[in-house]
Design a protein around this ligand. Structure first.
Ligand code: SF4
Ligand code: SF4
Length: 403
């Protein structure tokens, strides 16, 4: 076992983004929450632990910009004084070490009124709000959509940019055009969508391949028709992957290892100092180490074998879509046969769809790039490099996810 500062310093050198699991408590009880959060949970990250994480990341990361992603549960159950202390501490450390530090925060938005929104925004917090559509649709799996609607209005009025994470679930899967139109009306320019994942309460709410396909095609329709008024990072990425897979077939590789940055430059840490492969799991099988104990060999083994490749992967070797496939959330793929089968079928449906109309992939990609260039701004979630939507500070998270 390798312990101590040297091992931790080495480990953090390759990390750029820490999802800080500030609490596993939530004021809501969404039907698909993949962390199984409830108001009865009670873990809270001590401020000293948060400062230790900031210290390890900022002092040791090899990246010029690092993200301390405030995540949960519902991170806004923490007091503003806790958040203010932490942000001031980390920012001062960043200045000392010449690092830019960003503070994305994933929230359900129900503990934010306009005053708190402005206060936290002025502190430098970047917001990622979970919103599944207009209030009635949002409330199908979540709660308090009307309150969220008011918050989106406040953000628009105050000119505070917010990113939105949409969890595609059984209720909004056939209505994604409507969801995007609602977000457009609220002045939201960018979103990340995630399918419900097969963890926590989400396991019982998995989507079929057809639901995933229909919702994605709906989104493409809205993006093209509205001149990309609201773009979905997940869909833009799929279009790009299709073009990469078909444009230079000899040069491109199967996408297996690229579906997710978890266990690489992105990790999750809870209040007890457990270091997970990402913020989206509390499963000890995905434990990289602890803040007081890290075993380099174990980390390397887990990293080398993440995502885990079961015998089912044999079917992928000769699959025509294997340069396009991202296999969905790797942990859910590992834990649930139905999840990986549905994602496999969804991928093949999308592969055929783009094969029949490659121009659509080109247009989505070009428009996405144009929009990014026009805006020349980081992704609204404050997490430009984040690929797992679930935690996208976005996030991705929140994929069927937290907050
Ligand atoms: S579409 Fe299915 S068979 Fe093809 S690479 Fe993906 S998971 Fe494997
Ligand atoms: S999905 Fe988010 S808002 Fe819903 S119960 Fe889980 S942590 Fe709370």
């Amino acid at each position: 076992m390798t312990t101590g500062n040297a091992a931790l310093a080495k480990f953090f050198h390759s990390v750029s983004n820490v999802s800080m699991l500030l609490t596993d408590r939530c004021n809501l009880r969404c039907s698909y929450c993949f962390i199984d959060c409830t108001p009865a949970n009670d873990s809270t990250m001590p401020l000293e632990t948060a400062k230790q994480i900031a210290h390890l990341l900022i002092e040791n990361s090899g990246y010029p910009q690092v993200a301390l992603h405030l995540y949960g549960g519902e991170p806004l159950l923490m007091d503003d004084s806790w958040i203010a202390d932490f942000v001031a501490y980390a920012r001062a450390l960043g200045e000392k070490h010449g690092k830019e530090v960003i503070f994305p925060l994933s929230t359900n938005g129900t503990l934010l009124d306009e005053e708190r929104l402005v206060r936290l925004h002025e502190m430098g917090i970047g917001f990622s709000l979970s919103c599944d559509g207009p209030p009635a649709l949002h409330n199908a799996c979540r709660e308090r959509g009307e309150q969220l609607h008011e918050l989106l209005q406040s953000a628009k009025k105050r000119g505070i940019p917010v990113g939105v994470v949409v969890t595609i679930n059984r209720h909004n899967a056939g209505r994604m055009g409507e969801v995007m139109e609602y977000l457009r009306e609220q002045g939201v320019a960018g979103m990340i969508s995630n399918f419900v994942v097969a963890q926590g309460r989400g396991d019982a709410e998995q989507l079929s391949a057809e639901q995933m396909f229909t919702s994605t095609v709906d989104e493409i329709g809205h993006m093209l028709k509205s001149g990309m008024s609201v773009d979905d990072m997940r869909v833009g990425r799929m279009a790009y992957q299709y073009l990469a897979a078909t444009g230079n077939r000899n040069g491109s590789q199967p996408q297996w290892n690229r579906s997710c940055d978890s266990a690489a430059d992105k990790i999750g840490i809870d209040g007890e100092g457990n270091i997970f492969v990402c913020g989206g799991t509390r499963n000890k099988e995905y434990l990289l180490g602890r803040l007081d104990e890290i075993d380099e060999k174990h980390v390397q083994r887990l990293r080398d074998n993440f995502p885990k490749k079961g015998t089912w992967y044999i079917r992928c070797f000769d699959c025509a879509a294997n340069r396009f496939c991202t296999h969905g959330c790797p942990i859910s793929c590992d834990l649930s046969e139905s999840f990986r089968d549905n994602h496999c079928r969804f991928t093949k449906l999308m592969w055929n769809y783009f094969n029949e109309q490659p121009d659509t992939a080109r247009r989505v990609h070009e428009m996405t790039m144009q929009k990014m260039q026009q805006q020349m701004k980081p992704h609204p979630t404050g997490n430009a490099g984040e690929r797992c939507c679930r935690e996208a500070g976005a996030k991705g998270g929140d994929q069927g996810g937290t907050a």
